[in-house]
Design a protein around this ligand. Structure first.
Ligand code: SAM
Length: 208
């Protein structure tokens, strides 16, 4: 996975352009409502979403590819980026909120659970999370080699898990789930090409 992303960022730079996902703006409202002051963004990429938060919150990004971190540091100098894996990296502080865009579906089941556990450890009690992933309603669900239930190698060398609502809720068992849902998301490249898919999201609060 590391090689795949590092190579893509090296070849394509800001792969999805500089605009944030609309979900980052929704998360921003949520974090404001909960009086958050600090936000962690695991799998921050080149910072297109951290830039939304860093204007207002103390923002921390964790990203595994050095190429993306280099772009991020220039694009969003107000955030603090750390090179490392969101599966095991720990900040020295606990944050008030976590926004995690399209990282969770990139792992097999055991690592998905590890990612959520590690993220929740870095969240203060009462803190809120906004996670997104591919949805089982996406047309790519069921395409290619089956790797685990709901996980497909839908492109050569690239797999993803396609979440249904129940599974996404199960990953956050023990938290108070505030909202879930799905909708179409469109990604635009800097050259103006666009790609749409169905995204699923979950909003939850840490209770223990
Ligand atoms: C689908 S991209 C989303 C990037 C970013 N959230 C955005 O929307 O611009 C997934 C990102 O997660 C990063 N990533 C993959 N595995 C990771 C890991 N174990 N820890 C931290 N980041 C990881 C990839 O390098 C890539 O930047």
């Amino acid at each position: 996975m590391y090689d795949y992303w590092n190579q893509r960022f090296a070849q394509e730079g800001m792969i999805w352009g500089s605009d944030p996902s609309p979900t980052a703006l929704l998360a921003m409202d949520l974090f404001r409502q909960h009086q958050s002051k600090s936000v962690l963004v695991p799998g921050a990429g080149y910072g297109r979403n951290t830039k939304v938060f860093s204007k207002e919150f103390e923002t921390y990004g964790i990203e595994v590819t050095p190429v993306a971190i280099e772009i991020a540091a220039e694009w969003d100098p107000l955030s603090s980026f750390t090179l490392g894996s969101a599966l095991d990296h720990r900040l020295e502080i606990q944050v008030d909120a976590i926004y995690c865009y399209d990282l969770l579906h990139l792992f097999l089941q055991e690592e998905r659970r590890r990612l959520v556990v590690n993220c929740l450890k870095q969240l203060r009690l009462g803190g809120v999370v906004y996670f997104t992933s591919f949805s089982d309603e996406d047309p790519n669900n069921g395409c290619g080699r089956l790797m685990e239930p709901g996980t497909y190698e839908y492109k050569e060398g690239k797999f993803a898990h396609f979440f249904n609502d129940r599974e996404l809720r199960e990953h956050f068992a023990g938290t108070e789930i505030l909202d879930t849902g799905s909708y179409p998301e469109t990604l635009k490249s800097p050259e103006g090409k666009s790609h749409s898919y169905i995204l699923r999201y979950i909003v939850a609060r840490k209770m223990s």
